[in-house]
Ligand binder design. Sequence first.
Ligand SMILES: O=C[C@H](O)COP(=O)(O)O
Length: 256
Amino acid sequence: MAIRRLFVGGNWKCNNTLAQTKDLVNNVLNKLHFDPAKVDVVVAPVFLHVPWVAEHIQKPVQVSVQNTSLTGTGAYTGEISVAHVKDLGLNWAILGHSERRQYYGETNEVVANKVKYAVENGLDVIACVGEHLADREANQTNQVVEGQLEAIRGKLNEAQWEKIVIAYEPVWAIGTGKVATPAQAQEVHEFIRSYLTQKVSQNVSQKTRILYGGSVTEKNAGELIHQKDIDGFLVGGASLKPAFADIVAACNIVKH
Ligand SMILES: O=C[C@H](O)COP(=O)(O)O
């Protein structure tokens, strides 16, 4: 089995005043202790705070955006293009988060096109997938996740998967305190890995990091990270707190 470097993403969503962001960077993120050979740590502030964070955060913590435009630069009022992200020297974007899908009408097709455009223009992408509670109750979890992955797969060639991290985030577990059990998360992660083996390649399947997201805290991170196919987390609420340091510490390991 390939050894995959673990990954902890902090998705700050639409939270924090600039003062709170500065406090989080100065007092939590710039005091993290981790080995970048073992774990990538990537945080995604609101767009307006990204330049300040990018300038003041200490490496090896990296900075991501939470969305990018489907288009390049030009007459697209309100959008932020991949070129703007690259211009700040940043390399990461979260795309297809369920909140983008749910509140901003991003379909599988839109998400896949954004992923393709971002990857072709040099970004690494945290591509989010996950089912709603009704899907899970109707035993449709795998079908929903497969549909989301199929749309993305249709736009990428095999080499481009090197720039993809998948985040499995069951919508019913996001911000609800209802974390998936380690067994529930592992089951879907295993499904995603086997999807990659069958539909892309064994090599991509072994190399691609698959993150879990949904009510991850310092209390459950330790057990979740030891599941075979969980390669890290995309953390929402807890990434705004000092507890984020404990989640990073839980992932500062080499999994065999
Ligand atoms: O992107 C992060 C996920 O939506 C998880 O959010 P949460 O940790 O607040 O449940």
